[in-house]
Design a protein around this ligand. Structure first.
Ligand code: AHR
Length: 491
């Protein structure tokens, strides 16, 4: 039995809706095919962007979208992606399969995508191979409302009004693919580049510095010390890789050992967020600078027969658990985590959508984001858990992961994951500070650990009404099957 105490009247801060953000890179079939099919495509589209994808992302309430990379960002020269298509130069996407990038999806197309899906754009600029001038001009092109060379160029390309752009990243993984820099060097580069990112008119840029790779705490120490005052956010990248990079295995064909290892690895996010936050607290006790987890998710072997550089992987119930656990971690750390972006929206890594020609399917990860959308901009509630252990071999991890919030209408939402691959769990929850009379819920689960959706059977695994929760004398009882994700609404 897991015991939970939920203090419905103790609010611990707002869960930024941007924790439910996404990341789309020029990588494999994420942008091309997944999002962009071009205006002349037989696949129904709006201005070249797939209608089925627009509808699905809107329904999931995608709040913010990071683009154009990833490693691609530090090779991308934005001026190649504006103007008439036949005049846009081609480039080689050296990071991702060495394919030719025709630059048909550029700034205008990305901003249009964001408009269509109702997401805020988060653009990542090029520090590794770009110039300060190039970055400065990109922001001017997008946001300046007066007369200037860049604003005039934007108008010549068909966009009169400036766009609103809040989130701007100053480079990506500059400790690796973004230039192999040392933190001291990058901190200075950050200060230089960030100086020229201007706020025009009413547009205020939230500047995000490149943060650490996983547990590289020294990177965070140096960045906060040397450049903390000039940034609004500092990123963190951590991927859930079962085994190691050589033994991560198939997305679909795995056993209970890999199941356990995947969830153990994903729980490391809790430690990472905690430790990076402690370092940030030293320089920024008021928590002005947000921790921006702008790349996270599972990374497995690519699907057999697909281009290794395209990072195309299927998505199962295991990924749903990974999503639910990480989103609970981010919710519970919403005092510091102000945005997170799962990698990557479509056809790449832990995608929420897969496409094949005109066909599209929603993955188990999509369903978790859809179920958890109730937490967006809600207030986190205080919760204590007396957990059970999920034992496997000689190892143990907590069996239950949970977070709870109260929305503007006073409804309480509790998201709970049962991590065990074979044990059900009973949860006894004492509700303090509220009188509840009604509970309803949705569950995502399946018989098989590797349940997933295919183009022939796209609804193998999808959310269903949950009947395992009841209220009695101010207590909430929940009976959850093994390997399940549940979201409850308590009124
Ligand atoms: O998401 C795939 C890649 O992983 C990104 O391009 C890079 O930032 C990270 O290493």
């Amino acid at each position: 039995m897991v015991r939970m105490v939920l203090d419905a009247d103790i609010r611990k801060g707002k869960i930024s809706k941007n924790i439910y953000g996404h990341f789309s890179e020029h990588l494999g079939r994420c942008i091309y095919e997944g999002i962009w099919v071009g205006k002349d495509s037989p696949i129904p589209n709006t201005d070249g962007i797939r209608n089925d994808v627009i509808e699905a992302l809107k329904a999931m309430k995608i709040p913010v979208l990071r683009w154009p990379g990833g490693c691609f960002a530090d090779e991308y020269h934005w001026m190649d992606g504006i103007g008439p298509y036949d005049k846009r130069p081609e480039m080689i996407n050296t990071h991702w399969g060495g394919v030719t990038e025709n630059n048909h999806f550029g700034t205008h197309e990305f901003m249009r995508l964001c408009e269509l899906i109702g997401a805020e754009p988060y653009i990542c600029g090029n520090v590794g191979s770009g110039t300060v001038k190039e970055m400065q001009q990109w922001v001017e092109y997008i946001t300046f409302d007066g007369k200037s060379p860049m604003a005039d160029l934007r108008r010549a390309n068909g966009r009169e009004e400036p766009w609103k752009l809040t989130y701007f990243g100053v480079g990506n993984e500059n400790w690796g693919c973004g230039g192999n820099m040392r933190p001291e060097y990058y901190a200075d580069e950050y200060r230089r580049y960030a100086t020229y990112i201007r706020n025009f008119g009413g547009n205020k840029i939230y500047k995000i510095a490149c943060g650490a790779n996983s547990g590289d705490y020294r990177w965070t120490e140096v960045l906060m010390r040397e450049a903390g005052k000039m940034m609004d956010g500092l990123s963190l990248h951590y991927y859930t890789v079962p085994g190691d990079w050589n033994t991560k295995g198939s997305a679909v064909d795995f056993d209970d050992t890999k199941w356990f290892d995947t969830l153990k690895k994903t729980l490391f996010m809790e430690e990472l967020v905690t430790r990076h936050s402690v370092i940030m607290d030293q320089n920024d006790p008021e928590k002005r600078v947000g921790l921006i987890v702008d790349e996270w998710g599972t990374w497995y072997d690519v699907e057999p027969g697909t281009n290794p550089g395209f990072l195309y992987q299927q998505n199962t119930l295991r990924d749903a658990l990974v999503a639910g656990i990480n989103l609970n971690i981010f919710n519970n750390h919403c005092d510091r985590v102000k945005m997170a972006n799962i990698a990557q929206t479509i056809n790449v890594l832990q995608a929420v959508i897969l496409t094949e020609g005109e066909k599209m399917l929603l993955t188990p990860t999509y369903h978790v984001f859809h179920m958890y959308q109730v937490h967006q901009d809600a207030d986190l509630l205080s919760m204590t858990l007396e957990n059970e252990e999920y034992r496997f071999g000689n190892e143990a991890i907590p069996q239950v992961s949970a977070s709870a919030s109260v929305d503007q209408d006073g409804k309480i939402h509790i998201s709970i994951c049962n991590l065990s691959h074979d044990s059900d769990v009973d949860i006894d929850c004492e509700l303090r500070g509220a009188t509840a009379s009604k509970v309803s819920g949705t569950i995502l689960t399946a018989q098989a650990m590797n349940a997933h959706n295919t183009f022939d059977s796209p609804e193998n695994i999808k959310p269903a009404a949950f009947g395992g929760a009841s209220l009695k004398d101010g207590r909430l009882s929940v009976q959850m099957p093994s390997k399940s994700v549940v979201v409850l609404t308590v009124e």
